[in-house]
Write a protein that binds this ligand. Sequence first.
Ligand code: B4P
Length: 196
Amino acid sequence: MVNLILFGPPGSGKGTQSTKIIEKYGLLHLSTGDLLRFEMAAKTPLGQEARKFIDQGLLVPDEVVIGMISSKLDANAEARGFIFDGFPRTTAQAEALDKLLALKKTSISIVLALEVPEDELIRRLLNRGLTSGRSDDADEKVVKARIVEYHSKTAPVADHYARFGKFRTVKGNGTEAEVFDLLCREIDNLLVGEEV
Ligand code: B4P
């Protein structure tokens, strides 16, 4: 079983590249951002709670996102592997994920971290905000708050996986095709001798 984490700041291309990776490698895509937006659109109690944080550029509380991921793992027990997109975003989430995967006798294979300069992140997110209808992309103050949250709460997750030798950085500011090519090289190296 191969389990990948696509890691990086907001706007680094995690969602964009995940779509391409699942097509090529047949992994199951788990995006906490997509799951939260689904809950918000359906106006569920979870979605209404999440909106209070997302609209301010803040992370949603750990227990909410860990619960969502746990039920998705249970619901997809037959998957040949997962790509985690936008999760884990805190060290507590990373520790919870390790435990959930250990219960299934598996673990994270590799963390691929997209590196993109901050001015390019802001440009991409505001540009998407022109058409996406996403409240968290429309306002520069909120976009910048998301980047501050990333540095204070999410960046430390890199150390968690680096300690186990599972962390790789990938240049994320080429074209979508160039970035995909770099990611595929890392995944193909990982798959040598493994069956996906
Ligand atoms: P997410 O939905 O996870 O997404 P993201 O950080 O906005 O962006 P991503 O990196 O996926 O960028 P994308 O490919 O879309 O999070 C949204 C919010 O949900 C968070 O702020 C948080 O509040 C909450 N949340 C989610 N998960 C959570 C968790 N685990 N814990 C707590 N809270 C959580 O790309 C962005 C733009 O760039 C797109 O327009 C794309 O077309 C463009 N782009 C991509 N690659 C490009 C390239 N190579 N060149 C040019 N443009 C490119």
